[in-house]
Design a protein around this ligand. Structure first.
Ligand code: UDP
Ligand code: MN
Length: 260
C-alpha cells in the first residue's frame, strides 16, 4: 500500500458530492496513491457509505471533541471552527506525505509527481500571489506540526478568518524561501478567476492539471438538465463550460447510481 495519500474534507452532504467527483477524477487519472476524506459528524451515514466506496480512509473529525486538549483550547475561539477542521489533515500520521485537495477541485491529469514535493508546497493565489491558495497543498502529517499550527491559530487567529490566512501566516516564508515549494499554477487553476486573463486560460488550457472551483458557484450548484445531460453555464463562465460539463459527466457516470 502506498504511504502517500490524497486528502480532502467535507462537513456536509453537499460538499460530499464534490468529494465523490474528486475521488473519481483521481482514479480516472490513474493515481497510484490512497484516498482519504475527513468528515464531520454532520455528514450523513448514507453519504459516508458512498464515500467509503471510493476512499480508502473515511476519518471522522469532531471539532468539539473534549478528549483533545487542542480542541478544548480552541473552544475559546469558535470562529476558527471550520479552519480548524482542515487542520486535522496533519493528524493522518499513518501516511508519510499527503496532498490536500479542496472538495471543489477536479483532477484533469495524473499528478502523482506532487508527492516529490515537500511541505508546504502550494500554488500562488490569484488575488495575492505572494500568498498561496490553500485549496491544494503538499504536507507531511505530524502530530507535532498539528499541535504547533493549532497553538499558532489560538494565539494569532487568521488574517482572513479562514484556513488560507492562517496557513499563510504559519508558513510565512513560502513566498521567498524555496522556489520548489511554489507549485506551477496549473496545479490549482481557479476556474472563474481565470476569466480575468482569458488569453492565458486558452493558451494553457490543455496543460491544466487541477481545476479549482473556488468561489460561490460550485459545480453542484449549477443548473443541470438531466434529460440532455448538460450543465447550464452562464455566459460569464463560458470559458470553463467544458470543464464544468466534465464535472457533471463524472457525476453522472460514477456518482449518481451510487446515490440511488
Ligand atoms: N468545506 C466543507 N464545508 C463547508 C465549507 C467548506 O466541507 O461548508 C471544505 C471543502 O473541502 C471545501 C474547503 O473546505 O472545498 C474550502 O472551502 P471552499 O472550497 O468553499 O472555499 P473556496 O475554495 O471557495 O475559497
Ligand atoms: Mn475550494
Amino acid at each position: 500500500m502506498s504511504k502517500f495519500a490524497w486528502v480532502t474534507l467535507t462537513t456536509n452532504d453537499t460538499y460530499s458530492l464534490g468529494a465523490l467527483v474528486l475521488a473519481h477524477s483521481l482514479k480516472r487519472a490513474g493515481t497510484a496513491h490512497q484516498l482519504a476524506v475527513l468528515v464531520t459528524p454532520t455528514v450523513s451515514e448514507a453519504m459516508r457509505i458512498r464515500l467509503k466506496d471510493v476512499y480508502n480512509v473515511v476519518q471522522e473529525v469532531n471539532v468539539l471533541d473534549s478528549q483533545d486538549a487542542a480542541n478544548l483550547a480552541l473552544l475559546s475561539r469558535p470562529e476558527l471552527g471550520v479552519t480548524f477542521t482542515k487542520l486535522h489533515c496533519w493528524r493522518l500520521v499513518q501516511f508519510e506525505k499527503c496532498v490536500f485537495l479542496d472538495a471543489d477541485t477536479l483532477v484533469l491529469q495524473n499528478v502523482d509527481e506532487l508527492f516529490e514535493r515537500e511541505e508546504l508546497s502550494a500554488a500562488p493565489d490569484v488575488s495575492w500571489p505572494d500568498c498561496f491558495n490553500s485549496g491544494v497543498f503538499v504536507f507531511r502529517p505530524s502530530l507535532d506540526t498539528f499541535g504547533k499550527i493549532t497553538e499558532f491559530a489560538i494565539k494569532n487567529g487568521s488574517f482572513d478568518g479562514g484556513d488560507q490566512g492562517l496557513l499563510n501566516q504559519y508558513f510565512a516564508d513560502w513566498a521567498t524561501a524555496d522556489i520548489k515549494k511554489h507549485l506551477p499554477f496549473v496545479y490549482n487553476v481557479t476556474a472563474y478567476a481565470s476569466y480575468c486573463y482569458l488569453p492565458a486560460f486558452k493558451q494553457f488550457r490543455d496543460k491544466i492539471k487541477i481545476l479549482h472551483f473556488a468561489g460561490k458557484l460550485k459545480p453542484w450548484l449549477i443548473q443541470f438538465n438531466s434529460e440532455t445531460k448538460t450543465a447550464a453555464v452562464s455566459s460569464d463562465y463560458a470559458h470553463a463550460q467544458d470543464l464544468i460539463q466534465l464535472w457533471w459527466n463524472i457525476f453522472c457516470d460514477t456518482v449518481i447510481e451510487s446515490l440511488s
